[in-house]
Ligand binder design. Structure first.
Ligand SMILES: Nc1ncnc2c1ncn2[C@@H]1O[C@H](COP(=O)(O)OP(=O)(O)OP(=O)(O)O)[C@@H](O)[C@H]1O
Length: 745
């Protein structure tokens, strides 16, 4: 591996033989070509080609999107890599006149395709098949590539490149270093610099440094479900987002029609990831939470269930109860026969025959609403048979008219009443007798009592719906009318979903095209997923392949080792993640000096120990702010008020999770319940015991702590007054009261 850097970037590329100057010259030419492509798009005149104003609107918005996608973004270099092939295809088709390419061809790999005036490629989209060897080729399997070049940029200027020769002599090839997987060019300084780079602002794309095992998931076929189990920081979210971008490229037409969706755990997380897809040129992907997915105007969520009620409402058995409840209003045998009057004649379908039709529909695997819509046609058909038997020759229009007649409608209303999903769930949760009927043999009487509302609301609008109730309404709505399926769904932090939530997501990807990402050790809901097999079953995708990512890109070695002490208690079957970061990271555990009585974890830290704890936490934040990068102060939700006041008193401004960090505002105060999926360069972790105590049971508490401990990119300082949870204070950690007490491993 060889790395070359420029002495000083210049605006004007030198025409010399210097390889870096040639690369800069190709960059300048590519940027000019991109400008020309944009100018062409802007100059398009659609007046003569559009038949009407609707076509014109559609075309104009397509062109606008294309113009936007052709912007030359200062912070996103046009290309980040180059592949030189031995020999390939036509002699004119190359994108560069590479010095490393010998007689062969070079391709520049970037975020988007750029071509010159003749239509020849200057930069190839990273998602194109020809780009794949950039991520996958290795000395063992060069895939025809002789040389892989990575480019380094400083402030938008191309300032360095690094070569990796993949062919036989191997003199320059990266061997992956000791202990590295065979495919991993671990000695790439540019790759390592990207991984180690301090974080500020929202999540960024990793398009230049996707690793082979990640690339395989990103480019997996669109049909079918991929499930990824991965320890914290192994790139699950990044992989999921790049996969969407890849699928949109490879199946643009299909997904434009059917849509792609990303589901994340909360709004702060969505704000954190929202810029990744636009940076990859994809602006039309909806990103939402499960709550957002099932939201309906008639079911405003404004209540929180007790844990046990939420657990039962999220249990898959509720689907059975709802199925029964939806059909409970069907009364196959009508009171009267159906009598249809046509002109001077009356046609009579006896009640027992209607009963047969209804029972036949009930036995079919049809949505309630579809069966209800089919019933008038069945009754009309029975009338038409009678008409034919009487010598008439009715056509389709007669059948339609009979089906829409008042007599048929009245029978349908009686035997197969319309169901309003929200009203149905409201009745189920407020009418003990109705619930008992529908839950008989499915939920115990105790479970039924637990989910019943204490006071029956007056109506749907005034009911205090919870998030779990909204999922029940969503299930009921799907029993009535099939929910539309999207083209592809990426479900992140899946481990926290209840069975009923999995079902809600599953019906939005009923075609089976889904990416499920999660970590069983980070499950912090009372119903957290215990096994991916069970989750996939609820999702309606049993037997999907479960991949595992174990290489951590976020958390430094010492920190992940410390957090992994919790694994035996929280997810005994899982392997700890490794860290690919070279810097071991800063790590310290500091204890508030004795004496003083211990602070109550739930209290807002009054008393001398509480004040001392706050002071030490503030000091740790101040120290962290002296360094480069973002700072996250993570604490039990109950401690947030006290810590905000302490920071304010110390003159330190802080942001809330999801608010964008910047060079001027780098400190975020993060309630532990919102930390999932986020990351900060330096993390100060306040009072682990309080984080554990904030959850209903110890295992969930330790999992919440595991999530909080694994948010750090460069350094972690744990500050505590209470004893550390037993699972953490394992052997190998020495503590000194009051001092800077370092972890010893
Ligand atoms: N191949 C890569 N090159 C550079 N950075 C990477 C790579 N893969 C992941 N990262 C970075 O590592 C960090 C963690 O990634 P990500 O948030 O996707 O992990 P995760 O597995 O979803 O973590 P968690 O389980 O904590 O939510 C991010 O900053 C991401 O950009």
């Amino acid at each position: 591996m060889t790395t070359r850097s420029a002495p000083e970037p210049t605006d004007q590329p030198s025409p010399s033989d210097d390889p870096l100057a040639r690369e800069r010259s190709h960059l300048a030419a590519s940027r000019a070509a991109l400008r020309a492509m944009r100018a062409d798009a802007e100059a398009l005149d659609i007046r003569d080609v559009t038949a009407n104003w609707v076509n014109a609107e559609v075309l104009a918005s397509g062109i606008e999107a294309r113009i936007a996608s052709l912007a030359d973004l200062a912070h996103a270099p046009l290309f980040f890599g180059r592949l030189d092939y031995e020999t390939l295809g036509d002699e004119d088709g190359d994108g560069g006149k590479g010095d490393g390419g010998g007689d062969g061809h070079s391709f520049y790999i970037g975020r988007r395709h750029v071509h010159d005036a003749d239509g020849d490629p200057m930069v190839i989209d990273w998602r194109a098949p020809v780009s794949q060897p950039f991520y996958q080729a290795s000395p063992k399997d060069p895939q025809g590539v002789t040389l892989r070049r990575r480019f380094g940029y400083t402030g938008g200027e191309l300032t360095a490149y690094e070569d990796e020769r993949l062919t036989a002599d191997g003199t320059d090839s990266a061997d992956g270093g000791a202990g590295a997987p065979p495919n991993r060019p671990r000695t790439s300084a540019l790759l390592q610099a990207e991984i180690e780079r301090p974080r500020v602002g929202p999540m960024r794309d990793i398009v230049a440094t996707i690793q082979p095992e990640q690339d395989e998931i990103v480019r997996a076929g669109i049909d079918g479900t991929v499930c990824v189990q991965g320890a914290p920081g192994t790139g699950k979210t990044a992989v999921g987002l790049h996969r969407v971008a890849y699928l949109l490229y490879a199946h643009r037409e299909r997904l434009t029609r059917t849509g792609a969706l990303v589901i994340g755990p909360n709004d702060s997380f969505l704000r954190y990831i929202e810029q990744v897809l636009p940076a990859l040129g994809e602006v039309a992907v909806r990103q939402t939470t499960v709550e957002g997915l099932v939201a309906r105007p008639d079911v405003p969520v404004r209540a929180v269930d007790a844990a046990e009620a939420a657990r039962i409402k999220g249990d898959a058995r509720m689907a059975q109860v709802l199925r029964r409840a939806v059909r409970s209003g069907v009364r196959p045998l009508p009171d009267e026969p159906c009598v249809v009057v046509r002109g001077s004649r009356r046609w009579r379908v006896p009640a027992y025959e209607i009963e047969e039709l209804v029972r036949e529909l009930l036995a079919r695997d049809m949505r309630y609403g579809a069966a209800r819509a089919a019933l008038p046609q069945r009754i009309a058909h029975a009338v038409l048979v009678r008409m034919e038997q009487a010598g008439e020759a009715p056509d389709d229009r007669v059948q339609e008219a009979v089906a829409r007649s008042a007599a048929v409608k009245a029978v349908v209303r009686q035997v197969w009443p319309a169901v309003d999903p929200a009203k149905l769930v409201l009745r189920l949760l407020s009418d003990a007798e109705f619930l008992a009927e529908q839950a008989e043999g499915v939920l115990s009487p105790q479970e039924q009592r637990t989910i019943l509302w204490e006071k029956a609301p007056r109506g749907v609008k005034s009911a205090k719906w919870s998030a779990a109730d909204a999922v029940l309404v969503d299930e009921a709505a799907d029993l009535v009318e099939r929910t539309g399926s999207l083209g592809h769904v990426v479900l992140d932090e899946a481990q926290d979903l209840s069975a009923m939530q999995y079902r809600a997501v599953g019906r939005r990807c009923s075609t089976g095209s889904a990416t499920v990402l999660g970590d069983l050790a980070q499950g912090t809901t009372p119903w957290a997923t215990e096994s991916w097999d069970a989750a996939l079953e609820h999702l309606g995708k049993p037997g999907a392949v479960v991949e595992e990512l174990t290489e951590g890109f976020r958390v430094p070695r010492e920190v992940i080792a410390y957090a992994s002490r919790l694994l035996p208690a929280i997810a005994p079957g899982l392997r700890p993640a490794t860290s690919v970061r070279e810097s071991p990271g800063d790590f310290a555990v500091r204890r508030v000096p004795a004496p003083a009585a211990a602070v109550s974890p739930a209290a807002e830290a009054p008393g001398p120990t509480g004040e001392a704890l706050d002071r030490m936490v503030v000091d740790a934040c101040r120290e962290a702010l002296e360094r480069e990068g973002s700072v996250g102060l993570i604490a039990a939700d109950s401690r947030i008020g006290a810590l905000r006041a302490a920071l304010e008193a110390a003159g330190l401004d802080c942001l809330s999770p999801g608010e964008e960090t910047s060079a001027d505002a780098r400190l975020t105060l993060v309630p532990a319940t919102l930390a999932k999926g986020l990351e900060y360069d330096h993390v100060v972790l306040d009072e682990p015991a309080a984080i554990v105590a904030g959850e209903p049971d110890e295992r969930t508490g330790l999992r919440r702590l595991y999530v909080s401990l694994t948010r750090a990119v460069s350094g972690l300082v744990v500050v505590h007054a209470e004893p550390l949870p037993g699972a953490l204070s394992a052997d190998g950690l020495t503590e000194q009261r009051g001092g800077r007490c370092e972890a010893v491993t």
